[in-house]
Design a protein around this ligand. Sequence first.
Ligand code: NAP
Ligand code: MG
Length: 495
Amino acid sequence: MRMSIFEYAPAPESRDVVSIAPTYDHFIGGKFMASKSGKRFATINPATEEVLSKVALGNAADIDAAVKAARSAYTKVWSKMPAKERGKYLYRIARLMQERAREFAVLETLDNGKPIRETRDTDVPLAIQHFFYHAGWADKLEYAGLGENPQPHGVAGQIIPWNFPLLMLAWKVAPALATGNTVVLKPAETTPLTALLFAQVCIDAGLPAGVVNIVTGDGKTGAALVSHPGIDKIAFTGSTEVGKSIARALSGTDKALSLELGGKGANIVYEDAPLDQAVDGIVNGIFFNQGHVCCAGSRLLVQESIHDLLIEKLQRRMEQIRIGDPMDKNTDLGAINSKAQLEKIEELTQAGRDEGAKPWQPSCSLPGNGFWFRPTIFTNVSGAHRIAREEIFGPVLAVLTFRTPAEAIAKANNTPYGLSAGVWTEKGSRILWTAKRLKAGVIWANTFNKFDAASPFGGYKESGWGREGGRHGLLPYIRHAISRETTKSGKGGKR
Ligand code: NAP
Ligand code: MG
């Protein structure tokens, strides 16, 4: 039974704003081109299992054509263009995306399963902001502390995941173009559609042919991009497992590499924290985007004295979470992106049960079709449990306790990852004390999951190499750049 005092009338966003073609081709050399193999794969709406479109399945020959187009655009046009002209294209792309923002949001929600409230208010505005921000850098690189006369690598191969498809495209394409590289991008298999709409934006912006190329496909398509000898730099966002395999494949070559990988973020709540705010931050930290967030606050570390009260408040708040049709403007939690991801979440939550942790879920009902998982919290979790160690990448929170600040730090850092962390306390000095000791690339204080194009994002340890966003995010796209900040942590933007 729902404890909600409010019942909402349906508020569906219209899908009329998008027109989805029955088939899509690769975007190579400024044109849409069929796959050399003639093969296609289906992309579905994970909330309904409806097939949205059949998309070209890229192979090594398609990658080769795209790399050649990118090389030709680099040598003949892009590397010769004055930087301020390059910047104008980025501004133009940003403005065209703004004009089509609603279309991008609806298409992303249909293809990915995430709520329209999030695509409309987070994914799409942040993607646009990324292009505006980097448009400003294009003609100011020599003032960015990257050394004199910073030079691009040339052709960048970029591989992105399905959790923030358009936003990850923006994080990759905007800095690459601003620094003077051309790109070949491989979107994730389950979410290629907004990248293909972005291809149309590139055409409409008059971007010279071959500066941006998009080859759709699966993991093998990504692997073909990594191993292509004509690529100067690889930028990858995805799982740590695939990231490691890419690092192995590139060792011994002169290709540059940046990696944005997984995480198991600790969200630390001290006993003096404003608890109601913390509860909202915990919900945002783990249930935003169905928990398909690399920097999710997936481990809640609560000071023992407030554990029971906090869990009671959290459960009451979770009863208010609205799960269902992602196109409804009142939906908080949408569909799990794929059957495979749902199975991974189910496997890990079963492991949580088997190892003795105590699960709790709100009493919401789930739609019949599509891939769904109830928001879940586990208490009685020990640091040895799989749910405390492995990235679940779903709406599942592992709750652990601590008694002293030192214990909180030890537990928070007890992970091979180091992407994000959160601290909740009313004392500024405790925030600083804690943040100084946490091994995480991004640390939020009394908030969570806040992003800005001007703020660098990236991880320690197995969470990745290099940064995206801000001045630091330009480094991985510059040849021979050295930064004190990044070399200090041992992981430069360039290997
Ligand atoms: P994934 O399996 O590693 O896939 C990421 C991308 O790599 C997809 O485009 C995938 O294609 C492609 N790929 C798969 N195998 C490949 C190979 N052998 N060589 C080259 N490319 C290959 O990861 P995912 O499950 O889609 O994404 C979730 C992971 O991404 C999580 O671990 C999450 O933490 C991480 N992530 C990190 C960040 C960050 O900024 N640090 C941001 C978002 C996500 P297919 O889709 O066709 O398999
Ligand atoms: Mg899809």
